[in-house]
Design a protein around this ligand. Structure first.
Ligand SMILES: [Zn+2]
Length: 125
């Protein structure tokens, strides 16, 4: 790539740091800027498309939370979150009121978690 000496206008070799004609020191910064622009152009050209996470069945955090608080004693929220075993255990022990208490706690945990946390920690696949 040829550029011109900013001092005398003589054509410079691409790698030259000094003008062969007048001895003017070509600013290395301007050379780097040119190079960076080249790299940026290249990066933009091969920029990959946004990778989408594989779509998993999304469970509604609010629905699970409300189910857990209202019907947690019967393990309904566990069934909703695909956790059939825990759902059955809650259902078997519903008469003890312990599942009800756990359900309320879990419902609050669902509702206060972020969507990502909720999907990661509580939804079974
Ligand atoms: Zn020059």
């Amino acid at each position: 790539m040829m550029s011109l000496c900013p001092n005398c206008g003589t054509e410079l070799d691409g790698e030259a740091k000094f003008c062969a004609s007048c001895g003017y020191e070509v600013s290395p910064r301007s050379i780097n800027q040119e190079r960076n622009q080249e790299f940026n152009a290249r990066d933009n050209a091969i920029e990959p498309e946004i990778v989408r996470t594989p779509s998993a069945p999304i469970k509604e955090r609010m629905v699970a939370g409300i189910l857990a608080i209202l019907l947690g004693g019967f393990g309904i929220h566990k069934f909703y979150l695909n956790d059939m075993n825990m759902g059955l255990i809650y259902l078997l022990f519903c008469w003890t009121t312990i599942p009800q208490i756990l359900g309320i706690i879990e419902g609050i945990m669902y509702l206060t978690a972020t969507d990502e946390e909720f999907q990661e920690k509580y939804v079974k696949y």
